[in-house]
Ligand binder design. Structure first.
Ligand code: FRU
Length: 325
């Protein structure tokens, strides 16, 4: 019988952490629905040079489609444009490039997230207070957009002072070190806004180390389900708030499949987001535990189906063998 076309999709992730793992898992699961679609995922570990090499590898390998979350916009843009110019469809996800030479973009509005958090912080502090901002990697577009949205929101609240804005590279450890010295310089700080939950955790851990164990409110972004992640941190009162930053893995693969099959697709997909605070964290936590349980069930069913298929093909081979011998 005629075999259907087989597609290889190269996925270039800028980094590797719980949020990326969630996106990768969603993409792998969605890809199972298309039995002719194969993913190869590479992670650059937060290094733009390494990501350029990963994308070069995918170009040379001749992948049918490229999915890329660009670590930093400036250095990574040219190699993405190169892939696109060579006729490889490109889906840019989460972080952006500085060019419109791509096929589709899927992600959330980071400017809007920063803006809503600015409003939230101003209202939580009753219009008066001192804030420290820990930003994500300064060359990555979500850090730029979250910062812009945040400071623009605070323009309407002159009683809120941003004491400083420091780059902690999306990393918990960097945030902990930065926060530790910033608390000494600015002992009057009321609240830390960190651009992701990892850094928010670092800022919270550093607060425990200050003499007298000061209380600083901490707000993050990502709002991941599961133990030790954002939703739980808000529910247990460690964080004041977080913000769901959707990973969108299913949408990404569904769009990839549409592009490869020549079907219509959306060029720009905006994923929806929402704030997580003590008013909704318990409900979100319950619902996400249920979703996690269902996902585990799906993967158990998948391995069961695989073992049936294996047994079936083995039996077919055995009966064919007994027929000819
Ligand atoms: C994960 C991450 C998230 C953040 C996003 C921004 O690698 O650092 O924590 O929200 O990337 O691109």
């Amino acid at each position: 019988h005629a075999s259907r076309p087989h597609f290889t999709v190269g996925v270039s992730q800028c980094s590797d952490d719980a949020w990326r793992q969630k996106m990768n898992n969603e993409m792998q699961t969605e890809a199972l629905l298309y039995d002719n679609l194969e993913l190869e995922i590479r992670s650059a570990g937060g290094d733009s040079e390494r990501q350029i090499a990963d994308i070069r590898h995918f170009i040379e390998q001749g992948v049918d489609l490229l999915i890329v979350a660009p670590n930093e916009a400036i250095p990574v843009t040219p190699v993405v444009e190169e892939a696109y110019a060579r006729g490889i469809p490109v889906i840019v996800v989460d972080r952006k490039i500085l060019s419109d030479h791509y096929t589709a973009y899927i992600g959330a509005d980071n400017y809007r997230i920063g803006k809503i958090i600015g409003e939230y912080v101003a209202s939580q502090l009753g219009g008066r207070g001192e804030v420290i901002e820990l930003t994500g990697l300064s060359g990555s577009t979500p850090a730029i957009d979250r910062h812009q949205g945040f400071v623009n929101a605070l323009k309407n609240h002159p009683g809120i002072r941003v004491l400083c804005s420091e780059d902690a590279h999306w990393l918990r450890s960097d945030a902990e070190v930065r926060a530790d010295s910033l608390y000494r310089i600015y002992p009057e700080v009321d609240l830390v806004f960190a651009h992701n939950d990892q850094m928010a955790l670092g800022a919270w851990q550093a607060a425990g180390h200050t003499p007298g164990g000061r209380t600083v409110d901490v707000v993050g972004i990502d709002g991941l389900p599961g133990p030790g992640n954002g939703i739980e941190m808000v529910r247990s009162g460690v964080f004041k708030a977080s913000f769901i930053y959707p990973t969108g893995g299913e949408r990404i693969i569904a769009t990839a499949a549409a592009i490869l099959r020549g079907e219509p697709f959306e060029r720009e997909t905006l994923l929806s987001t929402a704030i997580v605070d003590r008013t909704n964290a318990t409900v979100l936590d319950m619902q996400s535990s249920e979703i996690i349980a269902q996902q585990q069930q799906i993967s158990r069913l998948k391995s069961l189906a695989d073992s049936y298929l294996l047994r079936y093909s083995t039996q077919r081979a055995i009966s064919w063998f007994s027929l000819v011998s």
